[in-house]
Design a protein around this ligand. Structure first.
Ligand SMILES: NC(=O)c1ccc[n+]([C@@H]2O[C@H](COP(=O)([O-])OP(=O)(O)OC[C@H]3O[C@@H](n4cnc5c(N)ncnc54)[C@H](O)[C@@H]3O)[C@@H](O)[C@H]2O)c1
Length: 366
């Protein structure tokens, strides 16, 4: 009998260094009897040799289209835009289930190729919680970017291009150095502090040396009184990490910022949640997503008011590709180990049913 197999494909999205399978998790699958093919990929944070040392079989970059169709292809981000039919089973984030741009075209490629998509965003445990997500490192990296922006602001500069860090220690070291050796004295407020992103933001602030009392941790209980909140104006960095599910009062507005005048302490807002174009965005003070090359955008304020910058990058975990991949992949591992029984394991059958439903919706509008 042939062993269960996964094929880890390369990532083609610019700047994407993360991987759905790391050398550590690949080894665990191999120990459980799996065969693992790994496409060579110079972009990935993990060297090809790290996979080889674990017993993975290296194959050419981007060679998955000619892989046997019964081997599931594991990846992270979207495939490059194309019209080619997709005959394989793909496990990845496809970003085509919420009517995103191009969703019908992507699903029609699966339809025409008779392939299957298991979207990582919709692999949920029995309580409806995602089994693997990048939230913790999004918050962690967002807080780091916020601290770097604060340091730049204090020097009278604008934060320059952000580049992925080799590892967490390098990020913490870089942020502390930028702040003159430690984050002590900086005051931050994290809203959504009990969630994945929020916990990551709090962890970064602790690791760069903020005093515990200077990290205000708010979640549903603290915002129940309804915004806007004065407290946001009295910290250096405000990090929004909530999961927005309905209309809520704004947390901060241009009017509350202007009303605070020159005495405002708030310098940097990091909107990790990035509900930028959502009509219910509780931070209606900016309207673009920022990028690694231009990480901040200035809030439009009267000239006599001190400047305020917002960071609204929607792929923050990419800043910490090694640790964020390790954590994501470790969380995904138990589900991957069950994949050979995908026709009977609830998590996989649910994901398959969702795929069939979305395929039908795409067909209806095609
Ligand atoms: N920018 C990025 O790179 C990036 C990466 C990953 C996730 N995200 C986004 O971050 C958001 C949070 O993701 P998560 O995985 O941390 O979600 P989560 O469900 O783990 O946590 C969300 C937290 O927000 C709290 N919350 C919800 N509404 C609130 C309110 N009105 N006031 C106070 N707290 C409130 C919840 O109680 C929960 O503790 C999502 O929108 C997600 O899409 C962004």
């Amino acid at each position: 009998m042939t062993p269960p197999t996964f094929w880890l494909r390369c990532e083609k999205k610019e700047f994407e260094k993360r991987a759905a399978l790391t050398p550590t998790t690949a080894k665990k699958l191999i120990d459980a009897g799996f065969d693992i093919f790994v496409e060579r990929d110079e972009q990935r944070i993990f060297d090809d040799s790290e996979y080889e040392a674990m017993g993975c079989k290296l194959v050419e970059n981007n060679s998955w289209p000619s892989a046997p169709v019964d081997i599931p292809i594991l990846g992270l981000k979207e495939l490059p835009v194309s019209n080619d039919p997709l005959p394989h089973t793909h496990i990845q984030f496809a970003h085509c289930y919420k009517n995103q741009a191009g969703w019908v075209d992507i699903l029609s490629r699966f339809k025409r190729g008779k392939g299957t998509l298991y979207d990582l965003e919709f692999l949920e445990d029995a309580s409806g919680r995602r089994v693997a997500a990048f939230g913790f490192h999004a918050g962690f990296a967002g807080a780091a970017a916020g601290a770097l922006a604060l340091a730049a602001e204090r020097r009278g500069e604008k934060l320059g291009q952000l580049n992925p860090y080799e590892n967490e220690a390098a990020m913490i070291d870089g942020v502390k150095k930028a702040l003159g050796g430690s984050g002590k004295g900086v005051k931050a407020l994290v809203i959504g502090a009990l969630g994945r992103c929020g916990r990551g933001a709090v962890d970064l602030f602790r690791k760069i040396g903020l005093e515990e009392d200077d990290i205000l941790k708010w979640d549903l209980a603290e915002t129940a009184k309804g915004g806007p909140f004065e407290e946001i104006l009295n910290v250096d960095i405000f990090i929004n990490c909530i999961y927005l599910s309905s209309k809520i009062p704004s947390f901060i507005t241009s009017d509350t910022i202007s009303a605070a005048g020159k005495d405002r302490r708030l310098s940097i807002v990091v909107d990790v949640s990035c509900d930028t174009t959502n009509p219910f965005n509780p931070i209606p003070i900016y309207n673009i997503n920022t990028t690694f090359s231009e990480p901040t955008v200035r809030v439009d304020l009267p000239s006599e008011i001190p400047p305020l910058s917002v960071i609204s990058i929607d792929h923050l975990p990419t800043l910490l590709p090694r640790e964020s991949s390790e954590q994501f992949s470790a969380d995904l591992l138990p589900s991957l180990l069950e994949f050979p029984n995908r026709d009977s394991v609830r998590l996989w059958t649910d994901a398959h049913q969702l795929f069939q439903k979305k395929l039908g919706e795409a067909e209806a509008v095609a």
